[in-house]
Design a protein around this ligand. Structure first.
Ligand code: GLA
Length: 385
């Protein structure tokens, strides 16, 4: 059974500081930290002007930075073999391959927003599992962004938008903005209700009352640039076009059910019903009624499996077994096609649920999963010291 430890922020910051000094010969002048996230509910609703309800994880990415006097940009990661080196004028949409695009894309986007950044040395370290549907990419963007803004003594007002531009324009992943928003604005002890139409964010206090939010990473790696995500988004936009609305936020279920094309209709049905499930979840949480969350998560998972078609056997197994072993609610979370599930588990059943899922994965011949305790945590910030 593997439980991923988020580590102690002060210790992780000290270790990235010393790795930076070893690599570049001088200590960093700033260290930024930004969390991964698990979305409680509201999947593929963000780019439809909808509602989402993510939680910032205690698992975070740490970025150490030191400004340079020239235009050179160097970035390395303790999780990646290949460092990246280039000059400021080489960074832009489509110009940086691989993981480094998320990091230096933020530098580009902050400069586009008018921040006077020069060359910089960067080193990152992360406790967010990669490709697990837990927004390691937004954590990377926002950790780097926090460190860069701190070098200028600037606040983080432009950070969410810069992270989104790095991901959508520099990397080219057509994502919807939930991840960067919660990575920056996440609140300790709460989920964050984000209204992507108005841009409003509202913390929803989570009284876990003897429950644990248990995340299971199936270790089926998902990619948001490989077509499945983009084709779902295109179907949603097509549905909105046919319905004559700006986004599916404005569509009624009745109108959606009358769409002629079966696939487009099912995609839109998922989005419209999922937005309502976010509202229902918020109402259940306001009443501290975790039992009411069970059927809502169940309906969400079924909608993603059959209407939106983004689940996979490993996710279906993790969700079903968690519920059999005592979770009060469980569903797949994140972009889909692999990644993680999230379950609400009475504290005394957490071990049993992890063991049952592990055993089922062995039986099915799946890779061993990883588990994380999603203690609701704060968004991005500078790590002092
Ligand atoms: C990914 C994207 C988000 C969102 C989710 C699905 O995490 O980055 O913008 O669309 O998938 O809810």
């Amino acid at each position: 059974m593997t439980l991923v430890d988020p580590g102690d922020p002060a210790e992780l910051a000290a270790s990235v500081r010393s790795a930076f000094a070893d690599r570049y010969g001088e200590p960093p002048t700033s260290i930024g930290r930004a969390p991964g996230r698990v979305n409680l509910i509201g999947e593929h609703t963000d780019y439809n002007g909808g509602l989402v309800l993510p939680v910032a994880l205690p698992h975070a990415t740490y970025a150490a930075a030191r400004p340079r006097e020239d235009e050179v940009v160097r970035v390395a990661s303790l999780q990646e073999d290949q460092p990246w080196e280039g000059s400021l004028d080489r960074i832009g949409p489509g110009s940086v391959e691989g993981w480094a695009g998320y990091a230096v894309g933020v530098l580009w986007a902050l400069r586009e927003a008018g921040h006077d950044l020069t060359g910089v040395d960067l080193l990152v370290d992360s406790r967010v599992p990669l490709g697990a549907g837990l927004s390691s990419s937004a954590a990377l963007e926002c950790a780097v962004g926090v460190a860069l803004l701190d070098l200028l003594g600037a606040g983080t007002d432009d950070l969410v938008a810069a992270g989104i531009r790095a991901e959508t324009e520099v990397v080219g992943a057509p994502t919807g903005g939930m991840d960067q928003t919660v990575a920056v604005r996440g609140v300790e002890g709460a989920a964050l209700l984000i209204d992507l139409e108005s841009g409003e964010t509202t913390p929803v206090p989570l009284d876990l009352a003897g429950h644990t939010l248990l995340v299971t990473d199936t270790r089926v790696a998902h990619e948001l640039t490989d077509g499945g995500y983009g084709s779902r988004r295109a179907d949603c936009e097509e549905a909105a076009r046919q319905l004559g609305v700006a986004t599916l936020r404005a569509a009624t279920l009745e109108a959606v059910e009358a769409l002629a094309d079966d696939r487009v209709r099912r995609r839109a049905r998922h989005v419209v019903t999922e937005i309502q499930r976010v509202r229902d979840t918020v109402a259940a949480l306001a009443a501290d009624d975790w039992d009411a969350v069970g059927p809502i998560f169940d309906a969400s998972h079924r909608s993603m499996r059959t209407d939106f078609e983004i689940s996979c056997p490993e996710l279906d197994c993790a969700v079903a077994v968690a519920v059999q072993a005592g979770a009060v609610a469980a569903r797949m979370t994140g972009g889909g096609f692999g990644g993680s599930s999230v379950a609400v588990v009475p504290d005394e059943r957490v071990e049993a649920v992890m063991r049952a899922v592990d055993a089922a994965f062995v039986l099915e011949g799946f890779r061993s999963p990883l588990h994380l305790r999603a203690v609701p945590s704060a968004g991005a910030g500078v790590v002092p010291g």
